[in-house]
Design a protein around this ligand. Structure first.
Ligand code: MG
Length: 161
């Protein structure tokens, strides 16, 4: 029995010199305003995994009011999400992630993101897909005010090989 889940996240750009996206540090002319490291791809992925497992969302499991998650790196949130999934008897099967921004260009970073995400997820790289698009200059992503990410993930019972 496979189950599908969806995730969405947005963060606002802020002064800084890098973005954390898909577990990869990307040097950039600005940073991200966030209570964690602002890794929108990982946040959307965690929500998709939790959604597929019927376990709510990251706001429930990692509330901004909890000091434990202040500045929490995406790697930690993803690992903890996988632990929550495992406890509920699920494991990831595959994931498909899309980032929306005008800049920076993300495609050159996809191999590193794919490798890092697949490693944490315990999946072959072929089970982790990354996509990027702009919004053609429209809306907050088009104006360069922030970055959005969408994720779809499938989970299976952890008993399945
Ligand atoms: Mg977020």
């Amino acid at each position: 029995m496979t189950r599908v889940g969806f995730g969405f996240d947005v963060h606002r750009f802020a002064p800084g010199d890098h973005l954390m996206l898909g577990l990869v540090r990307i040097p950039h002319a600005c940073g991200i305003e966030a209570h964690s490291d602002g890794d929108v791809l990982v946040h959307a992925l965690c929500d998709a995994l939790l959604g597929a497992s019927g376990l709510g969302d990251i706001g429930h499991h990692f509330p901004p009011s909890d000091e434990r998650w202040r500045g929490a790196p995406g790697r930690l949130l993803l690992a903890e999400t996988l632990r929550i999934l495992k406890q509920a008897g699920f494991r990831p099967h595959n994931a498909d992630l899309t980032a929306v921004c005008e800049r920076p260009r993300l495609a050159p970073h996809f191999p590193a993101m794919r490798a890092a995400l697949a490693e944490v997820l315990g999946l072959p790289e072929s089970a982790v897909n990354l996509k990027a698009t702009t919004s053609e200059g429209l809306g907050f992503t088009g104006r360069g005010e922030g970055i959005a990410a969408f994720a779809v993930a499938m989970v299976v019972p952890s008993s399945l090989g």
